[in-house]
Design a protein around this ligand. Structure first.
Ligand SMILES: [Zn+2]
Length: 480
């Protein structure tokens, strides 16, 4: 007896043969897929008391978001506009303006947002801006992981040191009172190790920890003021912490030369290294990624604002695994991976002035099986195959923008959006059905996030940054 039988939809399996099965069925037992194939075949061998009718639905593996940031869900566009303002505000708020509840409410909102958009596994850096990590104490990540667990999605939380200079000021808030502390590199690593011991692969197994380290360009601030020895020592210590627990090692950013530096000077690249953004790579750096089997998380929507491009077609042609990422939900991005798939196609075709680049099938691989490979989970998630985790989504195709019902992969990648996701199952648990969440009160999550944000604005005095900034209306560019 199967626990759940899903029947009648078009299944885009993403299995090694990339089978697409019309009028298919999938049987689930506990947290696993036990059958997937044509409906008549699966129905003969598997009965269930719980049948989900998937007629006029497309069934996909749960989407995987290769890169995002905690905190951004409550910051969104605060201070967005003139160059640098948003990042500076984010830095200040994350280090000095948040309490424990902020990180809990943010994780609830982000996880529900990802879930409702069909993302069942995501990478989340525990901070952002110019890379201010809230790893001064473990309590913030504890709250974050508690909330993610409560929603029921999978997550890789990336912890580690903030950008230099060290030590850096952090403020803890409790009942309106604050206490500040200077935090150095050792404390970041100690906190990160505590987070690993509490959360990595524990309990549900849905939360994994990874280690991030700031991206280093010795010729630019803040590194140009540091000694080469300090840069190397700190990078290698962060890398060694990842090695000690066999974790993914990750970095956020990059410009020309940083991959070469990370490889030759820091020796931090390799199969368990996932570099985000990776814009401005040289041909030599693409070769380094290929030779070391370093993985890339490409964030097309945010990447369009960077001075240089991420050479995705060249990376793919060199055999590099490229995952797709959202880059979180701020300042003007979002967690809808359908939008990022669309932007990914359009961006690279635009750059090449050639519509044959980035076929929808390849783009969907980047948000499913390739992303699973980048995270070392290709034998668990990323495709619908017998023995794999029961992480899948149903997309309601019975809508004008998705008709006619043919060419399902083209339709899903080019025309669907997160609002079309009807049902989400993670670990065999139905977390959303007919767009209604089953394990958590969505309205309560929204209200909690609103209240926490109001308190943060009051605490930091940033209400004025909600105002429209000069140059917003009537000009082609914000003033510099
Ligand atoms: Zn990022």
């Amino acid at each position: 007896m199967a626990d759940i039988l899903i029947t009648g939809g078009t299944i885009i399996t993403m299995d090694p043969n990339r089978r697409v099965i019309d009028d298919g069925a999938i049987a689930l037992e506990a947290d696993r897929i036990v059958a997937v194939g044509p409906r008549e075949e699966v129905e003969l061998s598997h009965k269930s008391d719980r049948v989900i009718d998937a007629a006029k639905n497309v069934i996909l593996p749960g989407l995987i978001d290769g890169h995002g940031h905690a905190g951004h869900a409550l910051m969104k566009t605060i201070g967005h506009g003139p160059a640098g303002m948003w990042g500076d505000i984010v830095d200040y708020v994350y280090a000095e303006g948040t309490d424990e509840e902020f990180w809990y409410a943010d994780a609830l909102l982000s996880s529900v947002d990802r879930l409702k958009n069909g993302t069942t596994c995501g990478v989340t850096y525990f901070g952002g801006g110019t890379m201010i990590m809230r790893t001064d104490k473990p309590v913030y990540a504890d709250n974050h992981c508690d909330a993610v667990n409560q929603v029921g999605v999978r997550e890789f939380i990336a912890v580690g040191p903030s950008n230099p200079p060290y030590p850096r000021k952090y403020v803890s808030w409790s009942s309106g009172a604050s206490e500040s502390e200077m935090v150095g590199f050792d404390q970041y690593l100690k906190t990160s190790e505590e987070i690993i011991n509490t959360w990595h692969d524990k309990g549900s197994g849905r939360i994994q920890v990874s280690i991030m380290s700031p991206v280093i360009n010795p010729s630019r601030a803040p590194y140009k003021d540091m000694s080469a020895k300090d840069i190397k020592d700190q990078s290698k210590r962060a890398r060694d912490l990842a090695y000690k627990y066999d974790l993914i090692f990750t970095q956020d950013g990059h410009d020309t030369g940083t991959v070469e530096f990370a490889h030759r000077e820091l020796e931090i690249l390799g199969p368990k290294c996932l570099l985000s953004h990776s814009t401005g790579l040289t041909e030599e750096e693409i070769n380094i990624c290929s030779e070391t089997d370093t993985k890339i998380a490409h964030n097309p929507s945010s990447g369009n604002s960077y001075p240089s491009r991420c050479p995705v077609p060249e990376l793919l042609d060199s055999g590099v695994t490229v995952a797709l990422g959202s880059d979180g939900s701020g300042p003007d991005m979002n967690y809808d991976m359908f939008r990022h798939m669309y932007v990914c196609m359009r961006q690279h075709r635009g750059e090449q002035r050639d519509g044959t680049y980035m076929p929808p099938g390849k783009v969907l691989e980047m948000a499913t099986i390739d992303a699973a490979h980048a995270l070392g989970l290709e034998d668990q998630i990323g495709s619908l195959e017998v023995g794999k985790k029961a992480d899948l989504i149903l997309i309601d195709m019975n809508k004008p923008h998705l008709y006619p019902l043919n060419m399902p992969v083209h339709r899903v990648v080019g025309f669907a959006n997160g609002q079309d996701v009807d049902t989400v199952i993670v670990d065999g648990q139905v977390l959303m059905r007919n767009r209604i969440l089953t394990v958590i009160d969505e309205q309560a999550v929204l209200e909690r996030s609103q209240n926490v944000t109001e308190l943060m604005l009051k605490r930091t005095g940033l209400h004025s940054k909600l105002e429209i900034q000069p140059g917003f209306w009537g000009s082609s560019k914000y003033p510099v």
